[in-house]
Design a protein around this ligand. Structure first.
Ligand code: URA
Length: 155
């Protein structure tokens, strides 16, 4: 479902678990998780301390494919309940699937990333998924800018 600090100020949403996450029960266990850990460290953060990690969908889609819109909407009530329980200061949507699912909108990652969003009173910052950043490190600098903007909401 997710893991982290029940009093987290930071709430990160990925796409969905892969096989490793499915068997361990923890999100972001593979290479994308390692990059996410580095991103957290750059912010002076670490997993489980003021940070909660979860995914748009709660079960691994077959063959590691991206979740379909219907799968995201089936899992959305769980994600909304997690947010209601944690009440973070900021939500970071990692990638298009997380952003579209959380915000209930269409649109490309680039478009969504440039817009300001809120879920109720909670600001939502959209940035690239770490798996994408592994493939396209050129966008890491702009992703860092997004994280710095998110940090502004935590205070
Ligand atoms: N692991 C996760 O838990 N979520 C992702 O989106 C990618 C890898």
């Amino acid at each position: 479902m997710g893991s982290g600090d029940p009093n987290a100020q930071w709430f990160f949403v990925g796409e969905g678990p892969g096989e490793e996450e499915n068997s361990s029960g923890k999100p972001f266990m593979g290479p994308a998780g390692q990059l996410l850990d580095q991103m957290l460290r750059s912010l002076g953060l670490q997993r489980d301390v003021g940070v909660y990690l979860t995914n748009a969908v709660k079960c691994a889609p077959p063959q590691n494919r991206s979740p379909h819109a219907l799968e995201c909407s089936a899992c959305l009530p769980f994600l909304q309940q997690q947010i209601a329980l944690i009440q973070p200061k900021v939500i970071v949507a990692l990638g298009r699937v997380a952003a579209q699912s959380l915000l209930g909108v269409d649109g490309t990652l680039s478009a969504l990333r440039e817009q300001e969003h809120r879920l109720g009173s909670i600001p939502v910052v959209v940035t690239w998924h770490p798996s994408y950043l592994i493939r396209s490190p050129v966008d890491k600098a702009r992703s860092w800018e997004d994280l710095c903007r998110a940090r502004g909401f935590v205070g």
